[in-house]
Write a protein that binds this ligand. Structure first.
Ligand SMILES: O=C[C@H](O)COP(=O)(O)O
Length: 251
């Protein structure tokens, strides 16, 4: 089973519209010759239509950083899945640890968001990861098991064909700390086995499991050599088109 690597950039709350268009345009030009890799960028909501236009005739894919699970309604400040789809969005990041930590997202709301995403043919990137305290308490696998099981609860596996799972140890995000290759290999193998045993063997073969947490040009090759690592979710190092291009073109 060949899984096309996904190199995804999460721009978090950075860049104005013109800055996002400029970075996306430079990235698209620099990566025009890249084959057999999916490159995705996720700007802020207000930049989505601008970036969608800027990358329309390029190989780049567009993602959003969040969504609301309701279709519409009195939810001030929120955006629904079908609004994202109508804006040209293809992927959506769900359950990022910053959303869980600062905006009190739970596995239950993550689950509703996954359901809303797949109902609107958006490709969900389910973010999971243990905190340092959970790792030190020996609860890494327990934490990840729960996040996957609860996050994907009651979702028909047939609708998860485009699912991406992003393993992002919370202690490695924006800290310069990267999980060691053995740690990443062990967790990714665990996650694929988990999908196999608890959800579907077919899905276990196709699901892309990507790594996030201080990915940089100097560690990307090591990470991508690891079995069961199907790509990366990059924060800080995706903000500069030149640096992100080095990550995309790691080989
Ligand atoms: O979504 C991306 C992750 O939070 C990783 O961020 P980072 O590459 O800045 O550590």
């Amino acid at each position: 089973m060949t899984r096309i690597p996904l190199i995804a950039g999460n721009w978090k709350m950075f860049k104005t519209g013109p800055e996002a268009v400029d970075t996306a345009t430079h990235l698209a030009q620099a990566c025009a010759d890249v084959q057999n890799k999916d490159i995705m960028i996720a700007p802020t909501y207000v930049c989505l239509p601008l970036v969608a236009t800027a990358i329309a005739d390029t190989s780049l894919h567009l993602g959003a950083q969040n969504l609301h699970f309701e279709k519409q309604g009195a939810f001030t400040g929120e955006i629904s899945a079908d609004m994202l789809a109508a804006a040209g969005v293809e992927y959506v990041i769900i359950g990022h640890s910053e959303r869980r930590q600062y905006f009190f997202e739970t596995d239950e709301t993550v689950n509703k968001k996954i359901l809303a995403a797949v109902s609107n043919r958006l490709k969900p990137i389910l973010c999971i990861g243990e905190t340092l305290a959970q790792r030190e308490a020996g609860n890494t696998f327990l934490t990840l098991d729960k996040q996957v099981a609860d996050g994907l609860k009651s979702v028909d596996p047939e609708r998860l064909q485009d699912l991406v799972i992003a393993y992002e140890p919370v202690w490695a995000i924006g800290t310069g700390e990267t999980a060691g290759p053995e740690q990443v290999e062990t967790v990714h193998r665990f996650l694929r086995t988990l999908v196999d045993t608890k959800i579907s063997s077919d899905l276990a073969r196709t699901v892309r499991i990507i790594y996030g947490g201080s990915v940089k040009p100097d560690n990307i090759a090591t990470l991508m050599c690891i079995e069961d690592v199907d790509g990366v979710l990059v924060g800080g190092a995706s903000l500069d088109a030149r640096i992100f291009t080095q990550i995309v073109k790691y080989d």
